[in-house]
Write a protein that binds this ligand. Structure first.
Ligand SMILES: NC(=O)c1ccc[n+]([C@@H]2O[C@H](COP(=O)([O-])OP(=O)(O)OC[C@H]3O[C@@H](n4cnc5c(N)ncnc54)[C@H](O)[C@@H]3O)[C@@H](O)[C@H]2O)c1
Length: 308
């Protein structure tokens, strides 16, 4: 297939690009930034260094006429969305609209969209959270992601454009920056790699659902192949507390670092774990990389990064 990956030089997008190229697909990348110095885009992939929220980006997409667009380009940080909600909405919503228009004009079959558990806010429902839970986002980031899902449904109804809205749990793995949405693994792994103290906020019992980036990339490819539109979680269904994460990283690193206890941060959601059953039954997707394996690969990547 012909595929464009927006955000394709970033953390998750670059893994999708690698997987698409390994499967022999014809891939184009659109991103406002070049890749970080630690990795490169596979040869033969055209990189368009463009702001996705522009008419120029839309024209490039329409001219490329991709079968599928993997749309990841957006602000990926919740705190950044609180600091600058206008810029968050510009990249997330105007960016999506230009992608959808490019898809419509270029005759694309499907858009695979990176949504997020942040659309649920702190839902008062039983865990794990089902896709039917009410959407009560607590940040501009979550609002924009949820609105993006509505635009996808409207384009399906108006123009017959298929979509997959993939609501990711906390994604981690090699190439993750220290500021993104799922950043706690990256932040902790960096401390172990540099043998530096880490800060733990609250009692350490806050939980998240951590999913390895290659599993997320595979879910994107399965969603592209699925015939029809879907909105589902990409998650493990496994709940891991910060204390368990620290213990697992200690085992991987074979070392301890000082843990600085800090007061709980206002607004920190206590528990988050997403039911993975719909992705399993509809897409045939099941996370395959265990937390121990994924952390070991992330830690080794961090060590290499900091050893020069
Ligand atoms: N990492 C997670 O745990 C997680 C969880 C849920 C959803 N997501 C979503 O997945 C997507 C990818 O996130 P990531 O973790 O790989 O973050 P990332 O910051 O590494 O990747 C985002 C990429 O988008 C690019 N970008 C940002 N604004 C752009 C613009 N206006 N035009 C073109 N490119 C632009 C950035 O340069 C970057 O390469 C985002 O949409 C994010 O919201 C991530």
């Amino acid at each position: 297939m012909r595929a464009i990956v927006t955000g394709g030089t970033g953390f998750i997008g670059s893994h999708i690009v690698d997987m698409l190229c390994a499967d022999g697909h014809h891939v184009g990348v659109m991103d406002i930034s070049p890749p970080a110095k630690e990795w490169s885009v596979p040869s033969g992939v055209a990189v368009h260094l463009l702001d996705v929220a522009t008419r120029e980006a839309e024209d490039v997409i329409a001219a490329f006429a991709p079968d599928v667009i993997f749309h990841l380009a957006a602000n990926a940080s919740v705190p950044a969305s609180v600091a600058d909600p206008v810029e968050d909405a510009r990249t997330t919503l105007l960016g999506l609209l230009h992608v959808l228009e490019g898809a419509r004009r270029g005759g694309s079959r499907k858009v695979v969209y990176s949504s997020s558990a942040a659309i649920y806010g702190d839902p008062q429902v039983a865990m794990p959270i089902d896709e039917t839970a009410p959407l009560t986002p607590l940040s501009p980031y979550g609002v924009a992601k949820a609105a993006g899902e509505s635009y996808l449904e409207v384009y399906r109804m108006l123009h017959g454009l298929q979509y997959a809205a993939l609501r990711y749990a906390n994604v981690y793995g090699p190439r993750q920056g220290l500021t993104g949405e799922g950043g706690v693994v990256a932040i902790f792994a960096e401390k172990y790699a540099r043998e530096a103290p880490l800060s733990l906020y609250g009692d350490g019992l806050h939980t998240r659902d951590y999913i390895f980036v290659e599993d997320v990339a595979r879910a994107n490819l399965l969603a592209a192949a699925f015939d029809g539109s879907i909105c589902c979680h990409v998650s493990t269904g496994v709940e891991t507390s910060n204390l368990e994460l620290i213990a697992a990283l200690e085992a991987v690193a074979g070392a301890t670092v000082p843990v600085l206890r800090e007061p709980e941060r206002a607004g920190d959601i206590r528990r988050s774990v997403l039911n993975p059953h719909m992705a399993a039954s509809k897409l045939g997707f099941r996370a395959q990389v265990s937390l121990a394996d994924g952390l070991s690969r992330t830690y080794r990547w961090m060590r290499q990064k900091f050893s020069g």
